[in-house]
Design a protein around this ligand. Structure first.
Ligand code: GDP
Ligand code: IMO
Ligand code: MG
Length: 427
């Protein structure tokens, strides 16, 4: 008997694949949506009814009816940023407090974590990661080194605990020669208001809650943040984030057993982007790269930084599909390539010793992509409503990707709006 009721949706590239949009589209199929890792480094964009929203810490199921959304223990939460995000949603008429539940085991990002993020980046000099500056790395470091402050801590003797953590951080900053504490007091004031605001939410033991939900026969969609190439174990280390973005992260970040996982939806763009530093084999430095950036509006949802753009990389995607156990692919932003005469896909890498590989190697900063060139479909597909309207060249492109990746593409996104989504018929 298959008792799995948990599906996981996650990014297969370097983040920003369009996870937020698809979670919103799929939410009506589920009872609960849960985030399992990451924090306000994420920027998940949703568009519907002429409105655009960017979510950072709040799961993307929040706009569909009265569904309960859960922020799991694997997430790191900045109370000040959370408050700003939640209040914005409340202003636009979305009531959150009754249906947004937050794990008491989620770790808190303190203002001093953000300073430590800056100090650590500065110390790395030219090798810096290009983090979002949200204090993600230092907060997860404190968690793993057993020094963290958790959401549950705000319920008891919080000021005392906060002061001890701040003191420790200030010592660390001083030892790194970081003296710029400008704005810290002001930031702490807003942060403490955020802590008060947080107390108004359901602070829960989300592992108990989720397993209760599952026992009652309900279903859960887990929303990943970042992407597999930013995973701390399997990504392009050290140019990664500090959490497990892969499917296994849903188990540790929510307290769900692996035997509960059903479908694993892997999201990919029809091309590839990366923001921040680190290797990116198919990156384009030419006019085509600029064209993809402009047509795809490839600028960071959190930092506004230009995203680096390149062709889709099937070596990299095969690896991501493998480590996540992806059962179905979702392809985003194919409309960005609607006008291209030809489209390239990297099918293998040439290694420095001249050999070719289709397997993702330990290092990717010295590989040369080997491309297959396919004809473009040269059709504006943004108003299509069914796959029956797909031009033959596009169908051929999809068939090619499915064969190369040995995985079915179940959903194709042809524009940023909720409605610009084609769910393909099961075969
Ligand atoms: P996420 O972090 O994975 O949720 O993705 P982001 O929101 O950071 O980046 C995806 C961007 O692409 C957002 O601006 C979306 O509105 C937009 N988007 C999503 N799907 C599509 C699509 O199919 N076509 C186009 N043109 N834009 C899309
Ligand atoms: P979503 O969920 C794209 C990148 C940063 C940097 C590296 C480490 O919107 O897909 P961090 O602040 O996490 O320590 O930065 O990871 N990064 C992302 N890139 N999308 C994201 O999230 C990202 N979150 C972090 O640019 O290279
Ligand atoms: Mg994003």
């Amino acid at each position: 008997m298959n008792t799995a009721k948990v599906d996981v949706l996650l990014g297969l590239q370097w983040g920003d694949e369009g996870k937020g949009k698809v979670v919103d589209v799929l939410t009506p199929r589920y009872d609960v949506v849960a985030r399992f890792q990451g924090g306000p480094n994420a920027g998940h964009t949703l568009e519907f009814e002429g409105q655009k929203y960017v979510l950072r810490s709040i799961p993307s199921g929040i706009f569909q009816g009265d569904k309960v959304n859960i922020v799991g223990n694997g997430v790191v939460l900045a109370p000040d940023l959370f408050m700003a995000e939640a209040k914005d949603l409340e202003k636009s008429g979305h009531v959150l407090q009754s249906r947004l539940h937050i794990s008491k085991k989620a770790h808190l990002i303190m203002p001093t974590h953000r300073l430590l993020d800056r100090a650590m980046e500065a110390a790395k000099g030219k090798d810096k990661v290009g983090t979002t500056g949200k204090g993600i790395g230092p907060t997860y470091t404190d968690k793993v080194s057993r020094n963290g402050l958790r959401v549950g801590d705000i319920l008891d003797r919080f000021d005392e605990k906060y002061a001890a953590h701040k003191e420790r951080h200030l010592k660390m900053l001083a030892s790194m020669g970081w003296t710029d504490l400008d704005g810290l007091e002001e930031a702490e004031k807003v942060w403490m208001e955020g802590v008060d605001y947080l107390r108004g939410f359901h602070l829960v033991d989300s592992e108990h809650e989720l397993n209760r939900i599952l026992r009652s026969g309900k279903s859960v969609l887990c929303e990943g943040a970042q992407g597999t190439m930013l995973d701390v174990d399997f990504g392009s280390y050290p140019f990664v984030t500090s959490s497990n973005t892969v499917c296994a992260g849903a188990c540790t970040g929510l307290g769900i057993g692996p035997n509960r996982i059903g479908n694993v939806y892997g999201i990919m763009k029809a091309y590839c982007t990366r923001v921040g530093a680190g290797p990116f084999p198919t990156e384009l430095f030419d006019e085509t790269g600029r064209l993809i950036r402009d047509l795809g509006h490839e600028y960071g949802a959190v930092t506004g930084r230009e995203r680096r753009c390149g062709w889709v990389d099937l070596v990299q995607l095969r690896y991501s599909i493998m480590v996540n156990g992806v059962t179905e692919l979702i392809m985003m932003k194919s409309d960005v390539l609607d006008g291209f005469d030809t489209i390239k896909a990297c099918v293998a890498y040439r290694l420095p010793d001249g050999t070719e590989t289709r397997d993702f190697p330990y290092e990717i900063d010295n590989v040369t992509p080997i491309y297959k060139e396919l004809p473009g479909w040269k059709t504006d597909m943004t108003r299509f409503t069914s796959e029956a309207q797909f031009p033959q060249a596009f169908k051929d492109y999809v068939d090619f990707l499915e064969a190369e990746l040995e995985t079915r593409i179940g959903i194709i996104s042809i524009g940023p709006d909720r409605d610009q989504t084609i769910v393909r018929q099961s075969m």
